[in-house]
Design a protein around this ligand. Structure first.
Ligand code: PSV
Ligand code: MN
Length: 413
């Protein structure tokens, strides 16, 4: 049934694309090649401070997290990497973990340090980590990041993602300039120890968990810190880390113009959160972000290969694996639609001030139904035609619950 429908839709789309001079085979291979890392903390039911509703059968250890990502890879063919969070995922046996990952076709994407939880050293980071007024606390946070690099090296990772919860809750609590200065100095210590073939991905976030000020609130602050670190430090854009209505696609263009874009954490946001499923609220924004990415790479601003891709969402009420399947699909669709944009025509419209024409060019691509294209890329890569339907019909969650237990809970947010 789906096969018939799929073939018919693909033929129609192929004719439509041909008439616009687009080659469906080259589109399919681009879509198939685009892989997005999954963070190890996304495999368990998330939650808020008000409650956590376990889904059951969550991965109980790193091996099982890799198995879940291996399953996603097998079904969707859209992910081939895991992003680990330390100390949530310290590998007990590095060789065994490497072998397990290799057997599942999973590589290790950027490592994430964690200086927002104290883990036994109660209250150490209450007043900040890399920005703390106490030099001993700063050293401890630097040391933690160096340990993360060591673990990452042993696994073959090539990047360190730093997100700081540092900031303050009330006016007067922190000395803005000192906090920034100490953060830069601490990051310089970390950067100095990073292997030459690694990159440092520096996140920003305007608020939460601190609600008055954060030390790295925006892309500009992150960018100026990166400039003081070196060429291998770049800005990581987490889609949810912006105030409502921020023009994220413009931020992407600006960062690419400066060769300063490290990569993405994909999620969506209605108000100011960073937890909703990518593409569930603002699919047009996601498409516009991809338009800038494709344009920036095509026009030589920054190489496509230099950009990292990862999902970073939380699953309060959804089965995490189902949510990740939806997110991978939404990202692939946005990318596929952006590939359809007639860039030449867009440039012509921009050059002669044809505002209406420019909008038509973008909307023509955005309103194209690319589901059969994305599906075909998946099928040709050996994935499932409909991963979500397969997941449900094969009762995979039920099997995971039988295997791991109804109370199995993954570490993470
Ligand atoms: C913070 O909200 C964040 O988005 C950062 O990306 C972290 O790396 C991630 O959550 C998990 O800690
Ligand atoms: Mn993030």
């Amino acid at each position: 049934m789906l096969t018939d429908f799929h073939q018919k839709s693909l033929v129609l789309l192929s004719e439509q694309l041909n008439s616009k001079g687009l080659d469906i085979h080259s589109l399919i291979s681009k879509i198939a090649a685009f892989q997005i890392a999954v963070p190890s903390w996304a495999l368990g039911a998330g939650g808020t401070r008000f409650g956590r509703f376990s889904i059951g059968g969550e991965p109980r250890n790193l091996e099982e997290k890799l198995e879940d990502i291996g399953l996603l890879a097998k079904l969707t063919k859209r992910t081939d990497a895991v992003s680990l969070h330390i100390p949530w995922d310290i590998p007990q046996d590095v060789n065994a973990i490497q072998q397990k990952a290799a057997s599942l076709g999973i590589r290790f994407d950027a490592m994430n340090s964690n200086t927002f939880q104290d883990y036994g050293q109660a209250l150490t980071y209450k007043m900040g980590s890399l920005s703390n007024a106490d030099a001993a606390v700063r050293s401890q946070a630097v040391e933690h990041n160096l340990q993360v690099i060591e673990i990452g090296k042993s696994l073959g990772s090539k990047g360190l993602t730093v997100w700081l919860a540092d900031g303050s809750n009330f006016p007067g609590q922190a000395h803005f300039r000192n906090a920034l200065k100490w953060t830069i100095e601490s990051l310089q210590e970390i950067y100095a120890e990073m292997p030459d073939d690694w990159k440092l991905l520096l996140e920003y976030k305007p608020y939460e968990p601190n609600f008055y000020h954060t030390v790295i609130p925006d892309w500009g602050t992150s960018a100026l810190i990166c400039r003081q670190l070196g060429d291998r430090a770049k800005v990581l854009v987490d889609l949810g880390h912006h105030l409502p209505n921020t023009n994220i696609e413009q931020i992407v263009a600006t960062l690419m113009h400066q060769n300063l874009l490290a990569g993405f954490h994909f999620n969506d946001s209605k108000y100011g959160d960073d937890d909703l499923s990518t593409g569930s609220i603002k699919p047009y924004q996601l498409f516009l972000v991809f338009c800038e990415l494709i344009g920036g790479a095509a026009e030589g601003a920054q190489a496509w290969e230099s950009i990292s891709w990862m999902i970073d969402a939380s699953h309060n009420t959804k089965d995490p694996l189902e949510d990740l399947i939806q997110a991978l699909e939404a990202i692939s669709q946005a990318y596929a639609k952006a590939l359809l944009v007639d860039r030449e025509k867009l440039a012509q419209c921009q050059n002669v001030g044809d505002v209406v024409g420019a909008q038509e060019v973008l909307q023509d691509a955005f309103l194209t139904d690319v589901r059969s294209l994305v599906r075909e890329a998946r099928i040709q890569s050996g994935g499932e035609a409909d991963p979500l339907a397969f997941y449900r019909s094969e009762k995979i969650r039920e099997k995971l619950i039988a295997q791991r237990g109804v109370n199995a809970q993954a570490s993470g947010l």
